[in-house]
Design a binder for this molecule. Structure first.
Ligand code: PGA
Length: 255
């Protein structure tokens, strides 16, 4: 982390977990544990939990995000939720391009870009996920893969709008597997992403962007990962569903 130039952000990604009642219970446990955090704290929750989550975190330092959004404002898109709808209900953040959406729901770099554009237009802050498959790492094309994902996702995004973009580097082989990238591997790729941003925009612009690591980050490995210069936070799946574990990661980012 380099808090002198950019924000540290710990975000939970609850995925398809927790009913509204369970969400209220978990957030009621989390909020007192993270109230003194010296980093931004976000919980990204299923659509049906959003209102409950907003209510449960009102007046606290925990912000709420969604896990996806559609690129159209409204229309005949059965089952979809627009960025405008999220904004209208008071949501500030949205995860876009998570590898599970790429893997299971046909998300491509091009549709990621359309969603990013829509989210920015609606005034949301985007947590943009990029990351290589195990096969891509083994083929030695990690840098190429994350560079391409980053470049395409940010097409049409201006330097000014970069302040509303957080990037989460999530190696797909480390998500939900218990296999964490080493701190050095995380640092290497986060630095590559920052270089891509410097090429696309400017060095100072790139330095200001928060780049998180995600993939089996937990209370035991967070401090080491966050000690790296270019790892500015975490996108936390499994460990965000346990209040004490999530709070311990927030604490590790608060040093
Ligand atoms: P994990 O998930 O922490 O359970 O590996 C991270 C993510 O998918 O964002």
């Amino acid at each position: 982390m380099n808090k002198a130039v950019r924000k540290a952000i710990i975000a939970g990604n609850w995925k398809m977990n927790k009913t509204p009642n369970e969400a209220k219970e978990l957030l009621t446990q989390i909020t007192p544990l993270v109230k003194d955090a010296d980093c931004d704290v976000i919980a990204c929750v299923p659509y049906v939990d959003l209102q409950t989550a907003l209510d449960a975190t009102q007046g606290t330092n925990v912000k709420i995000g969604a896990e996806n959004c559609h690129w159209e404002k409204s229309g005949a898109f059965t089952g979809e939720i627009s960025a405008e709808m999220l904004k209208a209900m008071g949501i500030e953040y949205v995860i876009i391009g998570h590898s599970e959406r790429r893997q299971y729901f046909g998300e491509t770099d091009v549709t990621v870009n359309k969603r990013v554009r829509a989210a920015l237009d609606a005034g949301l802050t985007v947590i943009l996920c990029v990351g290589e498959l195990l096969s891509e790492r083994e083929q030695g094309i990690t840098a190429e893969t994350v560079s391409l994902q980053t470049k395409v996702a940010l097409q049409g995004v201006s330097a000014e709008e970069l302040s509303k973009i957080v990037i989460a580097y999530e190696p797909v082989w480390a998500i939900g597997t218990g296999l964490t990238a080493t701190a050095d591997q995380a640092e290497e790729v986060c630095a590559i992403i920052r270089n891509v941003l410097a090429d696309l925009y400017c060095e100072k612009c790139a330095q200001a962007v928060t780049i998180q690591y995600g993939g089996s980050m937990n209370d035991a490995n967070a401090a080491e990962l966050l000690s790296k210069e270019n790892v500015d936070g975490g996108l936390i799946g499994g460990a965000s569903l346990v209040a004490e574990k999530f709070a311990a990661i927030v604490k590790a980012a608060s040093v």
